[in-house]
Design a protein around this ligand. Structure first.
Ligand code: SF4
Length: 441
């Protein structure tokens, strides 16, 4: 291929995948690929997959199926990355003959070489786990992306082995990036116009704990908070077991740290939490929530809930509902349990019937919908500082986020994108708020 080449990336799953996709775009820029939002014009389509959700492999195979006919109509390359690629490896190439390359979560660095090979007609899969030193050097950096907000990966992998979760198998063990490098990256990003960073990791709370002499996560937040010109800091995800009193204190101490935390409980029953290998009890979880609310009044708490975990009785499930009511989450991600290959829970007895699981999921979602609507209604009449991120999907309004991570749509000049503005909230919807611009900060 010659001339300008276009790259289309379809990203599924978590923010770690979004961050990996940014890295893919940056890596392939050096190979002459410019990003496009139009898959039908792309010379290279990368599908960045996630294996956390139910039937993930099946969905990826069926998604890839749609490219079979397209490949006959025009010439383009097709690649698959992410967690399903890590899990399936060569099998993907064998089962999908029109696929050109497969790269795992540890092999992003090989991508330029693999794409060059694919351009010459060579199909390759690279899904090896690599050593920690190499991994450290390959941490996604986002220096080249534009905009006022930036994801910054601070650690990767997980040592927790929750019994349902595939992450430790597809992302590997925890490893933390050096704090000096993170701070420098954020300083450079701020100099380039970034005003908000979101620090990413599967379990940011254990940042630095395995590296002698390294800062803790709370220490890292304090260092980042001292960067002039940076206005907001967010982070995700936080394991409730590992959130320390020092980290909770940061919410009281650091005004730049946004008033939002994603703290996944997963279940409200001690029996299920134990079987999930979560490492905390219901009471311990609620004590941490109370400490966070005391440290930062008005903090928005979001979470994850799994229903239908093996052995979950109606009584266990009712405890999940009551936990949700006690916490009063702003919003949650809710999942019906599905066994993932290699995980401990895949072998557990006591499968909950699909119908019952679905019914529990419906009840969880109904309760949360009511709580979210109530929470959003509570903002009507208040004035919120909003960092403007772009044009809304309908294209006729701006959108941005409050300090508590709520999405606000409002009318305004696109020149405000990237600015912090004050917005008076006029209406609450189930997924967002509507407001009126008052002042530009
Ligand atoms: S903490 Fe548990 S759920 Fe989260 S990534 Fe690690 S193993 Fe998975």
């Amino acid at each position: 291929m010659t001339g300008e080449k276009l790259l289309y990336i379809e990203t599924f799953g978590c923010q770690m995948n979004v961050s990996d996709s940014e890295k893919v775009a940056a890596l392939l820029k050096s190979e002459g690929y410019a990003p496009t939002a139009d898959s039908s014009a792309a010379d290279l389509i990368i599908v960045n997959t996630c294996s956390v959700r139910e039937k993930a492999e099946h969905k990826v195979y069926s998604y890839l199926g749609r490219f079979r006919g397209l490949k006959r109509e025009r010439r383009f390359l097709l690649g698959v990355g992410g967690c399903v690629a890590q899990q399936e490896g060569e099998r993907l190439l064998k089962r999908v003959p029109w696929l050109d390359l497969v790269f795992g979560t540890h092999n992003l660095h090989l991508l330029p070489e693999m794409v060059r090979a694919a351009e010459q007609g060579e199909r390759r899969a690279a899904v090896d786990f690599i050593d920690n030193e190499t991994r450290l050097d390959l941490f996604p950096r986002a220096d080249e992306a534009g905009g006022a907000t930036r994801f910054v990966t601070v650690m990767q992998g997980c040592d927790n082995f929750c019994s349902y979760c595939i992450v430790p198998y597809v992302r590997g063990r925890e490893i933390s990036r050096r704090s000096a490098e993170i701070v420098e990256e954020i300083r450079n990003a701020v100099a380039a116009g970034v005003r908000e960073v979101t620090l990413l990791g599967q379990n940011v709370n254990s940042y630095g704990l395995k590296t002698p002499g390294e800062l803790t996560f709370a220490g890292l937040l304090r260092e980042i908070s001292a960067i002039d010109g940076l206005e907001r800091i967010r982070f995700t995800t936080s394991h409730p077991k590992d959130i320390s009193p020092d980290l909770i204190a940061c919410f009281a101490e650091l005004p730049k740290l946004c008033a939002h935390i994603h703290l996944p409980a997963q279940a409200g029953s001690d029996i299920i939490l134990e079987r999930m290998n979560r490492g905390y009890s219901r009471q311990e979880y609620l004590a941490k929530v109370a400490a966070l609310k005391a440290a930062r009044p008005g903090i928005q708490i979001t979470g994850d809930i799994i229903v239908g975990f093996p052995g979950e009785t109606e009584d266990d499930f009712l405890q999940t509902l009551s936990l949700m009511e006690e916490v009063r989450y702003t919003d949650i991600f809710s999942f019906a349990y599905s066994p993932r290959p290699e995980t401990a829970a895949a072998a557990f007895a006591g499968r909950v019937a699909r119908k019952e699981t679905q019914e529990r999921l419906d009840r969880v979602q109904e309760l949360q919908r009511d709580m979210t609507i109530e929470r959003h209604a509570g903002f009507v009449g208040t004035c919120q500082a909003v960092l403007v991120e772009g044009m809304s999907k309908r294209g006729d309004q701006l959108y941005g986020r409050t300090d508590g991570n709520l999405i606000v749509n409002f009318a305004g000049d696109p020149a405000l994108i990237g600015s912090l503005v004050d917005v008076r909230i006029t209406r609450g919807y189930p997924n967002s708020l509507l407001g009126e611009l008052t002042t530009v900060q």
